[in-house]
Design a protein around this ligand. Structure first.
Ligand code: AVW
Length: 249
């Protein structure tokens, strides 16, 4: 029994050690120079630590966004919805566009799960609410807040990659539709270029009704454009180091 309890305790201790979020946060953060990563970690933690993990509002992350604001990269900002893999394959290989996940906060927290607990100053990475378990969970509130700030910073020509293999490429429940489009401001953003990514099974083209809704929802003054582009063409361009950014589609 003593051995069982000991090894169980050790096992739990090791498992806890393995899932520590702070070293991951700091090492990812340090890859971006010129930032006080400890200060950014503190601003991150204060959003959810010692809170009920279903009661973390988006505003809880305001100090974090203030500690690591998004730069306006005119003509280079890329949004996406249901195209995560093709988009990040492209941005990893070619230095043409910046997605939220290429920024400091986005890359530091991409793929991570975290939450706090009332009466504790710890950060937990297991037993946290899932995306749809409750609306105001720490992970979902972060992505909603970060997406809003990223879209507010958008300027010049803005690009979004949408999925032409699904019936509703511009889905009202998506972060892109429910948050980002609403934050695009015509004084900064001049164009929205939709790249509708298609494969062999084209379900939606640029005449899709949901894209009419997208056009309607845009701030007056933002010019709308839509182009259907095969995924194979995007992948080929990503893999060709000689192809200039403007020639992929
Ligand atoms: P998405 P969005 N359960 O491909 O427009 C778990 O639909 O929403 O694109 N995770 C979820 C759920 C869910 N129901 N819904 C969304 N997510 C998470 C930030 C999950 O991590 C960038 F700037 C999924 O991979 C893009 O322009 C991700 O949200 C925009 O938001 C994307 O869902 C993409 O969001």
């Amino acid at each position: 029994l003593v051995i069982t309890v000991l090894s169980l305790g050790l096992g739990l201790g090791l498992r806890r050690e393995k899932h520590q979020i702070k070293p991951v946060f700091l090492s990812r953060c340090e890859k971006f120079s010129g930032n006080n990563c400890q200060k950014i970690w503190d601003a991150f933690q204060q959003a959810y630590v010692n809170q009920d993990p279903c009661k973390v509002p988006v505003e809880a992350y305001d100090p974090l966004i203030a500690a690591a604001p998004f730069k306006s990269e005119c003509n280079r900002m890329l949004f996406w919805s249901k195209t995560k893999d093709v988009v990040h394959d492209f941005t990893e290989k070619k230095d043409c566009f910046i997605t939220l996940e290429d920024t400091l906060l986005g890359s530091v927290l991409d793929g991570l799960t975290w939450c706090g607990k009332e009466g504790s100053s710890d950060t937990f990475t297991t037993g946290c609410p899932g995306w749809t378990d409750c609306e105001n969970n720490p992970v979902r509130s972060f992505w909603n807040r970060a997406s809003a700030a990223f879209a507010e910073a958008a300027c010049g020509a803005v690009t979004v990659m949408l999925n032409g293999s699904i019936a509703t490429p511009f889905h009202p429940a998506s972060i892109f539709a429910s948050i980002e489009v609403k934050k695009l401001n015509a004084t900064r953003a001049k164009n929205l270029n939709v790249v509708l990514v298609t494969d062999e099974h084209i379900v939606a083209n640029c005449t899709n009704p949901s894209l009419k809704d997208l056009k309607k929802e845009l701030d007056k003054g933002i010019k709308y454009n839509c182009e259907e582009v095969p995924q194979s063409q995007i992948e080929a361009c990503a893999s060709n180091p000689m192809a200039p950014c403007g020639t992929c589609w």
